[in-house]
Design a binder for this molecule. Structure first.
Ligand SMILES: [Zn+2]
Length: 50
């Protein structure tokens, strides 16, 4: 599963350390975590919130 690969504590978008991550599903259907700062960006990229 890709979940494991993406499951590291880094933001899917900016790759920085996550503090209060939000979970999203990316285009490939894998779950990714996004930091608070990148949430608007994730929304714009039409990632689906879990
Ligand atoms: Zn981020």
């Amino acid at each position: 599963m890709f979940t494991r690969f993406f499951g590291k504590r880094k933001c899917f978008i900016c790759k920085k350390k996550l503090i209060n991550p939000s979970k999203y599903i990316n285009d490939a259907g894998a779950s990714v975590k996004v930091c608070q700062k990148c949430v608007p960006y994730a929304e714009r990229r039409a990632l689906r919130k879990i």
